[in-house]
Design a protein around this ligand. Sequence first.
Ligand code: DGI
Ligand code: FE
Ligand code: FE
Length: 191
Amino acid sequence: MNREEILEAVKEAMPEKRFIHTLGVEKTALELADHYKVDRNQVSLAALLHDYAKYADKEEMMAIMVEQKMDPKLFTYNQELWHAPVGAYFAETKFGVTDEAVLKAIACHTTGNAAMSTMDKIIYLADYTEPNRSFPGVYKARRLSFDSLDKAMLFALSNTITFLITKRQPIFPDTFDAYNYFARLQIEGEV
Ligand code: DGI
Ligand code: FE
Ligand code: FE
């Protein structure tokens, strides 16, 4: 699929506002890709497809999660988490993406994990800081993203976890694993 076809399919799968968010994620992700010398094509593809499954049918998602033997813990956490791994599956099956690095960035864009590549961090942070986002701390998150991806990840994850706790939401283990990973880097002075 060429860029126009991808844009068309993505636009059709979501409300206007989410499509604008997606374009914002691509813009920010490309700025970060240039800054950290990461491949623009890979980053662009992951950004455009990251929320493709956001409005997918719940039953269809559940069937895919079972059939693809995705982490069964997903079923016992917020449904909001499903669109990331299911999105990676759709990227492969509906868009023909074979690049594992792109698929992984899509799969971990919501929770993060303890083994994130530079591209994974770029997609996670672009999703968090794209121009249409506004929440307390977004300016700091934007500034940190261009300073150090690891520092920005620690900031974003601690904010997200704090926010989830105020809502008394269960927190998926990968989110904690990611937080712990970046928190340890900071203690070790590597951030
Ligand atoms: O899809 P987006 O809205 O662009 O953003 P996203 O995919 O990063 O996150 C969707 C939501 O998922 C967001 O409100 C934060 C939430 N989230 C992230 N980690 C966890 C989580 N929710 C729960 N319950 N547990 C988590 O570990
Ligand atoms: Fe998302
Ligand atoms: Fe998003």
